[in-house]
Design a binder for this molecule. Structure first.
Ligand SMILES: [Zn+2]
Length: 224
């Protein structure tokens, strides 16, 4: 009789545990996934078109690669520009990330926005319509962009295979938890699926500092 009760209690405990766990997972409050997605941190930088690079550095100027960065083909260059806001406040030595792109953009942090005296909209890279105006100054000239200064929206790059593995879709917003002491749960992380990319969670340096991201850190999607 006692034995039977014990079995019953154990079964009940298992059912309750499972139910609570499922509830938390559905609510995006826990995950049974391991920390497998590398966290990569970007500091302020700009992307330039061929025309903008010509105007700032001279005709047909070629960027000098300092090092490859996470996504295939992208590199940090040795060249830097000065940014001046509509409030006539500036930030010097902002690195250009190459190669040249189809649009001009400055990816800045919230604190950079305070420094420049402007409020930066949070946008995915390339989505600059209606963003802050900014002037870029190089050694050979300056360009005034009516829009282009943003704070980059946190996002995860992944291939279609990764998307299948993590059960997410392109443009989906998820919660992401970073590992370790002082780890942080980031909301509104946008999934970006593409064939030519490497799995990585991209945040800016201020978000990384808040989450105590140092060296190689991994994260996981809070998702059932
Ligand atoms: Zn990215």
């Amino acid at each position: 009789m006692e034995e039977k009760n014990r079995d019953k209690n154990q079964l009940l405990t298992e059912i309750i545990t499972e139910t609570v766990y499922k509830y938390l997972a559905d609510a995006g409050l826990t995950s049974n996934q391991d920390y497998t997605i590398p966290v990569e941190v970007s500091n302020r930088h700009v992307h330039l078109t061929r025309e903008a690079l010509d105007a700032l550095f001279g005709q047909n100027y070629q960027l000098t690669k300092v090092r490859d960065i996470s996504q295939p083909g992208e590199f940090a260059s040795d060249e830097k520009v000065t940014l001046v806001s509509s409030k006539m406040r500036m930030i010097e030595n902002v690195r250009i990330v190459g190669p040249v792109r189809a649009y001009n953009q400055a990816e800045l942090t919230v604190t950079d926005g305070y420094t420049l005296g402007v409020s930066l909209p949070t946008r995915l890279s390339g989505d600059v319509v209606g963003s802050q105006s900014i002037t870029m100054i190089g050694p050979k000239g300056a360009i005034n962009l009516p829009e282009g200064a943003i704070r980059a929206a946190r996002h995860i790059h992944m291939t279609p295979e990764d998307a299948e593995k993590y059960q997410v879709k392109d443009n989906q917003r998820v919660k992401v938890e970073t590992e370790g002491e002082n780890g942080v749960i980031f909301k509104d992380v946008i999934i970006r699926v593409s064939n030519k990319c490497k799995l990585a969670f991209h945040i800016d340096i201020e978000e990384a500092n808040a989450a105590n991201v140092q060296g190689t850190t991994y994260c996981r999607i809070l998702f059932k």
